[in-house]
Design a protein around this ligand. Structure first.
Ligand SMILES: *Cc1c(COP(=O)(O)O)cnc(C)c1O
Length: 363
């Protein structure tokens, strides 16, 4: 008996590996696992003031479909960023929007360029589209090699991802190099500035993608409510892009994909900006403390502008991740390359630092 025919593009597709959840309690005799999750770059804080109330109110009406056009959220974002509402396209997380961008631009025979290692979703969503991935290695200092990425553009190239700051290394692309790169990209190739961690950037030399996109019709900016805003579980992100890219995103969106809970929570989150900035400042201070302490222990830590740090541990990656689990935290190992450690609550960060110190002494 034959099985239903599936698209050959799906063969061998890498599956997204979520950060391992921490076990919360000792259930049915199963020993409790790590208490702290530093593996998915989530925000350790509860929802911002007013957000739970907005989501709860929306929950009372979930027998109804949500607002298809995400009108209130779109208006709020347009006002917040000073862009036309027609330049905003929402989706089920910015990964959802990134997948729509690929659906809108790329298919079999096309090429999609991105740095590697970078965000794990890029190879998966590219392969699903049928386009070929062109991976350009990071520099030895863990940065995007934008010259090599520009050199990699061919007539088949449809889309280039620039992850700024880069997940999982935390490194950034600065203004002058980005402008130089964009000047080299043909106007019919879409450049996607993935700014999932934008709120954590403190380096003034790192450009805001929303400023960059304004006079560049082939640039789209991706943002998310999952990281600094703390709405990872609600699945809402957005792109800012010129027409016709934004219009193409509206065409490729899953109808009613963004729930009313997510829409209303996102609006309330945008209105809670002072509390957001306080939390971001606290995490940025913790980031500086972590980087300082790890460097003091003798680790090489790439300069990070995100809510995580990267340790290139090579073949000791799995051992380090296991040591962290035994100590009560989960981190995110990547093969035999390194671990990404999310900046979490102070207690979790302290455990991580103690573990890293002990591990370092055994090397
Ligand atoms: C976390 C992350 C996203 C956002 O994912 P959502 O789908 O919005 O939750 C996008 N890009 C990068 C690089 C990320 O790390």
């Amino acid at each position: 008996m034959s099985t239903p025919k599936l698209r050959a593009e799906l063969d061998g597709i890498p599956t997204y590996k979520p950060g391992r959840p921490p076990a919360t309690a000792d259930e049915g005799g199963v020993p409790a696992g790590p208490a702290f999750k530093l593996s998915s770059n989530e925000n350790p804080y509860p929802p911002l003031p007013g957000v739970l109330e907005a989501a709860t109110a929306a929950a009372a009406a979930f027998n109804r479909y949500p607002d298809l056009a995400c009108s209130a959220l779109t208006e709020e974002l347009a006002g917040r960023f000073g862009v036309p509402a027609g330049h905003i396209a929402t989706g089920t997380g910015s990964v959802g929007v990134a997948q729509q961008l690929l659906q809108a631009t790329s298919g079999p025979g096309d090429e999609v360029i991105y740095a590697w290692r970078s965000f794990e979703a890029y190879p998966i969503i590219t392969q699903i589209s049928g386009a070929a991935s062109v991976r350009v290695p990071l520099t030895p200092g863990e940065h995007h090699d934008l010259d090599a990425m520009a050199d990699a553009i061919t007539p088949r190239t449809r889309l280039v991802f620039v992850c700024n700051p880069n997940n999982p290394t935390g490194t950034v692309v600065r203004r002058a190099e980005l402008e130089r790169f964009l000047d080299r990209v043909p106007s019919d190739v879409l450049v996607v500035l993935d700014e999932a961690y934008r709120e954590f950037i403190t380096d003034p030399e790192v450009p805001d993608g929303v400023d960059v996109y304004r006079d560049r019709p082939n640039v789209a900016v991706l943002r998310t409510f999952s990281k600094a805003y703390g709405l990872a579980g609600l699945r809402v992100g957005f792109a800012i892009a010129h027409e016709p890219v934004a219009a193409a995103l509206r065409k490729t969106a899953v109808p009613f994909g963004v729930s009313q809970l997510a829409q209303d929570a996102a609006v309330a989150s945008l209105r809670a900006e002072p509390a957001l900035l306080e939390r971001v400042a606290a995490l940025v201070a913790e980031r500086a403390r972590m980087v300082g302490a790890l460097t003091g222990q003798g680790w090489t830590v790439p300069e990070t502008q995100a809510n995580f740090v990267w340790l290139r541990l090579g073949e000791r990656t799995a051992d380090f991740a296991a040591a962290c689990e035994r100590a009560g935290t989960t981190v995110r190992p990547f093969g035999d390359e390194g671990v990404r450690i999310t900046i979490g609550e102070t207690e979790a960060n302290d455990i991580l630092l103690r573990t890293a110190e002990a591990f370092r002494k055994e090397l």
